[in-house]
Design a binder for this molecule. Structure first.
Ligand SMILES: [Ca+2]
Ligand SMILES: [Ca+2]
Length: 241
């Protein structure tokens, strides 16, 4: 009987000892803290239909460059145009803009967009977040006028949303607005396109409009039909995915 009680007491003491040891907070018992990063966002497909309508009376537009990007801007008012934009605004060549390093997805227009004509361009991208949309097209019966959209945020557009607006016209500031036949590539003149020389103010600005020979600029290859005092392009963007 005594032996049994002693044995029970020994077992009880041993248990307390083990419990005490397991409750110790010495350094050898610390466990490494593992930080589990949050799961990476899963990319989804975003798709946008961009419909362009040329609102002008006599300004065909060059094939637009339409791009999706996360940073950067195609132009900044008051700052020098990039060479890519200079090429687009002087010659209508959209290839350099589409190849810009900030472009995550890009699509060019199918061809010249005539006055009154419309075109729908579709852009898709698989990404973890909606991004920005920019586009640019030259008014080809000018020296270096272009219209477009600059870094429009798409994050507020839910699936099926549609937004429509008109755009202003800008002067790339990279070619003097002489309106001379030799300097305008469009059908009204058939002159030179891109020239690396910058004989204008070398700053992007709102375009002051053309003068034309109808308003007394006798060297001008342009008439009142090529004026663009109003918005030049209607843009409708629809998120389809
Ligand atoms: Ca100019
Ligand atoms: Ca130039």
């Amino acid at each position: 009987m005594f032996f049994t009680q002693t044995k029970k007491l020994s077992l009880l003491l041993a248990s307390i000892t083990i419990l005490t040891l397991s409750g110790c907070n010495n350094s050898s018992d610390k466990k490494a803290v593992v930080i589990v990063p949050p799961p990476a966002p899963t990319p989804i497909v975003y798709s946008y239909e961009v419909t362009l309508v040329n609102l002008t009376q006599g300004q065909p537009m060059s094939p637009a460059a339409v791009i999706l990007h996360n940073g950067g801007q195609l132009w900044k008012i008051g700052e020098s145009a990039s060479t890519s934009l200079e090429k687009l605004a002087e010659s209508g060549d959209n290839s350099a803009v589409l190849a810009d390093t900030m472009v995550l997805a890009g699509q060019g227009g199918a061809g010249i967009l005539l006055p009154g004509a419309s075109e729908t361009i579709t852009l898709s991208i698989s990404d973890t977040q909606p991004m920005m949309l920019s586009l640019a097209a030259m008014l080809v019966n000018t020296n270096d006028a272009f219209t477009g959209v600059n870094a429009m945020q798409l994050s507020n557009m839910a699936m099926g949303d549609k937004v429509s607006f008109t755009t202003s016209t800008y002067d790339a500031g990279t070619e003097q607005n002489s309106e001379m036949m030799a300097t305008i590539p469009g059908p009204a003149a058939g002159g030179e396109g891109f020239n690396a020389e910058r004989d204008d103010i070398d700053k992007v600005s709102m375009h002051a409009g053309i003068v034309s020979k109808d308003d007394g600029l006798m060297q001008s290859a342009l008439t009142q039909a090529e004026r663009f005092d109003n918005p030049t392009l209607m843009v409708t963007i629809t998120r389809t995915k």
